[in-house]
Design a protein around this ligand. Structure first.
Ligand SMILES: [Zn+2]
Length: 255
């Protein structure tokens, strides 16, 4: 009996170590999240280990790109208050994908239209689960999010004085998107920045398909060039940012 419990303990310990190792490998070496104002109109708001972004769209209105991990939306509401805005100022929310740590505060904004690529609508609303090694273990339950409309690759959505260009980059999830807004490229979890200024793909354990994720991100520079969308800043959900398109072009050239 004692031997049985010792074996069980060993198995549990091994599992914890492997899980810890996987999680550590996803975060070690990342450039730390940098809060603050980017390009004069983007407020990067840290919410624990993830960020949400508040973008000025003119006339005292804003839109969000991702809505954090906190259902109470503490960090987002505090940033809005600092800008002398309330929940009614948020007129649109664009989700880079449907994972829970990006959609939590969506229900707090009654006047916002909520958008995510069509393939991630059910995930964002909590009607379907994710398919990654770790994300697939998360329970499936309603998030309280109601998506206004599923987005289509290549479309442009006008919100106030900003045009949001939608680029499908499936892989991290089936409906992962990059959003280009006036020179800023929001990549969500599909890529991140390392401490030495390089673009990294999404961690494999959190992604539906690591291969597809890499291929989608590598295709971006050519697609951006074809659409005449110059990039000033690369903005990632879980790491700091990078300046210019070059880090992405370098990543594309990696074997
Ligand atoms: Zn994710």
């Amino acid at each position: 009996m004692k031997r049985f419990f010792l074996s069980l303990l060993a198995v549990v310990l091994l599992f914890v170590l492997v899980l810890g190792g996987l999680l550590a490998s996803a975060f070690i070496g990342n450039a730390p999240i940098q809060p603050g104002l980017v390009d004069g109109f983007i407020h990067v708001v840290p919410d624990g280990y993830v960020t949400a972004n508040i973008l000025d769209v003119g006339d005292g209105k804003v839109m969000l790109i991702d809505a954090g991990d906190d259902k109470a939306g503490k960090a987002i509401l505090a940033e809005l208050a600092a800008l002398h805005l309330d929940v009614h100022a948020v007129v649109a929310i664009f989700l880079t994908h449907g994972h829970r740590d990006h959609v939590a505060a969506v229900p707090l904004f009654p006047d916002a239209k909520t958008y995510v690529l069509q393939a991630d609508v059910a995930l964002a609303e909590g009607r379907e689960g994710a398919h990654g090694i770790l994300t697939g273990m998360m329970p499936v339950k309603p998030t309280g999010v109601l998506v206004t409309r599923g987005l289509v690759d290549g479309e442009v959505v006008q919100v106030g004085n900003r045009a949001v260009h939608v680029l499908a980059i499936p892989g991290h999830t089936g409906g992962s998107a990059a959003f280009w807004v006036d020179g800023a490229l929001f990549l969500g979890d599909s890529a991140g920045a390392s401490k030495d200024g390089k673009v990294r793909p999404a961690p494999k354990v959190f992604s539906d398909s690591a291969e597809q994720n890499r291929a989608s991100v590598k295709a971006l520079p050519a697609r951006l060039a074809a659409a005449h969308l110059p990039v000033k800043t690369l903005i990632f959900a879980h790491t700091g940012r990078l300046e210019g398109l070059k880090p992405l072009v370098d990543f594309t050239a990696e074997p």
